[in-house]
Design a binder for this molecule. Sequence first.
Ligand code: NAD
Ligand code: WQD
Length: 338
Amino acid sequence: MRVLLTGGAGYIGSHTALELLGRGHQVVVLDDFSNSSPEATRRVGELAGQEVPLVRADLTDPEATRAALEGIDFDAVVHFAGLKAVGESVAQPTRYYRTNIDSTLVLLDLMRERGVTKLVFSSSATVYGDPRYVPQDEAHPVGQALTNPYGWSKAMIEQIITDTATAWPELEAVLLRYFNPVGAHPSGRIGEDPSGIPNNLMPFIAQVAVGKRAELSVFGDHYDTPDGTGVRDYIHVMDLAAGHVAALEHAAPGVTAYNLGSGTGSSVFDVIRAFEAASGVAVPYAVVAPRPGDVANVVANPEKANRELNWATTLTLEDACRDSWAWQSQNPNGYAAN
Ligand code: NAD
Ligand code: WQD
């Protein structure tokens, strides 16, 4: 398959590009580099032993996107492009809705014009909102009482893709609901490079361990969980990347949603301990007030993906900490010159 990766220079896109190349597929990366660097794609090419075609375009701009992709053929798309910071989405709702929704509308029109029918979309466990039960399967209600524009944009895009499939029955769309992606390629050459202060737990811990930040704030230790801290389903980004390849290879007409998670929950203290063991570096922390909007426990039921995509996680939280540390310690300033 020749696969267009929108947002393919980003964290998950760069690992998926490498995985697709390793399985004999071809890739084209389209990105506007609003939250990434072309260096990530260059390194993917270095690891894969082949140059990766890179197209710079803002996917919310239909004319610019059409022009940039002229003469470039592809028969499937993985749509990663979008903005993803939950807190920022509360402060800048119109920017989030415009980027996430418009980019999807432009992409769907372009796919239809070109007769490209295979689509894998980066959705999120955030579409389930406050869990009614744990572990969550795909039958859990979606798009109810979500707490931020980022989450709403993902639920809306799932609906837009579903409505498009009704009007265009040839569309083969897969909605991948990621739980908490962590880790890096084991080489340490590519990884997560957040701009500014990391919002997510693992990159924050990695920056404390490497000495860029003094201590981690643990957001609450009075949740109804075994040690009182929040529990999440952390999934190694290389397992996540393999899930995209499986989704592309199993896509069928209509729209199908899959959870991509491990089925195992880990607390904030579990992650701190695993990172300390993997890195050999102490991670100082202080317990502070809970973060508004956080929930106690989010864990995937991944059985549908296990069964239908013949996919399951193979890597552990310890593997993710080891690989995240390899990336962070070799690239303390991310893709910027060290
Ligand atoms: P990322 O920010 O590293 O990657 C997104 C990429 O999209 C970036 O390279 C950015 O430059 C690009 N982009 C943004 N707006 C664009 C536009 N208008 N035109 C072209 N490119 C544009 O984020 P990521 O962690 O790799 O996430 C990828 C996708 O997965 C996102 O859609 C995100 O919402 C979703 N997701 C991420 C997580 C997570 O925790 N990382 C969890 C669930 C879902
Ligand atoms: C994990 C745990 C925090 C930072 C978010 C989005 C979700 C998805 C993944 C895109 C929680 C605790 C965190 C810190 C902490 N993204 N924590 N100190 O909130 O599960 O999910 O990213 O779709 O939509 O909401 O991930 O990594 O921010 O937090 O104690 O500095 O770590 O309270 O229990 P979260 P996270």
